[in-house]
Design a protein around this ligand. Structure first.
Ligand code: IMP
Length: 200
């Protein structure tokens, strides 16, 4: 089976994508290919960071690989926290502190619209491809729910009354930014894999 490196050490993310690939590719983590250091994410955009991570892996392994980057983009805050979502309240990557800061920065603000956006950068056969997944919604003025992670307790996706943190993982994945970006990646990979098979 063809191998593909997913530039993550997050077993949960890896399992989710592996299941969607239905055996067309075997995913490998960074650790499995000997990359144990933190990969720099210093770009100013989600696209830039995803490409930076994928290129880092490709330069060291020469293997097909992909990387993702996600941000919460809030309209009233000019797209913040965006590419800085993980470290909005500081470098500690503290979800509670990030949520508290977002609540404070939106105090009294009527426009609560926001979206999550995931960008996946794929390097396949030396060529680069980008895939985007987005979910529109709004930021409520308190936290609700215990599922998920990050900004989930404050984000209500369009078409629902519940926050992401009040949904099951399956319900969230079916409509989420990451779920949508991964679906595009998987569709592309399955088509490419089919092409390789028929060409041989
Ligand atoms: P990453 O690029 O997937 O590591 O995401 C960067 C940051 O965005 C995370 O540290 C979270 O703060 C936030 N984030 C990403 N995905 C989600 C999500 O599905 N729900 C809530 N917050 C998220």
């Amino acid at each position: 089976m063809k191998e593909l490196i997913f530039a993550t050490n997050n077993a949960h993310k890896l399992g989710e994508v592996q299941a969607l690939l239905e055996g067309a590719f075997e995913l490998k983590t960074l650790r499995e290919c000997g990359i144990t250091e933190d990969i720099p994410e210093t770009a100013e955009t989600l696209e830039g960071n995803a490409l930076q991570k994928a290129r880092y892996v490709y330069e060291r392994t020469g293997a097909d690989c992909f990387a993702d980057d996600t941000g919460l983009e809030v309209d009233a805050l000019g797209g913040a926290p965006g590419v800085r979502s993980a470290r909005y309240a500081g470098d500690a990557h503290d979800f509670a502190a990030n949520n508290a800061l977002l609540l404070k920065n939106l105090e009294g603000e009527e426009n609560r619209s926001a979206h999550f956006r995931t960008v996946i950068a794929l390097i396949l056969g030396g060529k680069e491809y980008l895939f985007e997944g987005k979910v529109e919604g709004s930021i409520i003025d308190h936290m609700s729910g215990t599922e998920g992670f990050g900004y989930d307790p404050m984000f209500v996706p369009e078409g629902d009354m519940r926050t992401f943190a009040e949904m099951s993982a399956d319900e969230k994945n079916a409509i989420s930014h990451r779920g949508r970006a991964v679906a595009k990646l998987v569709e592309f990979l399955q088509t490419e894999n089919g092409k390789v098979k028929t060409e041989n």
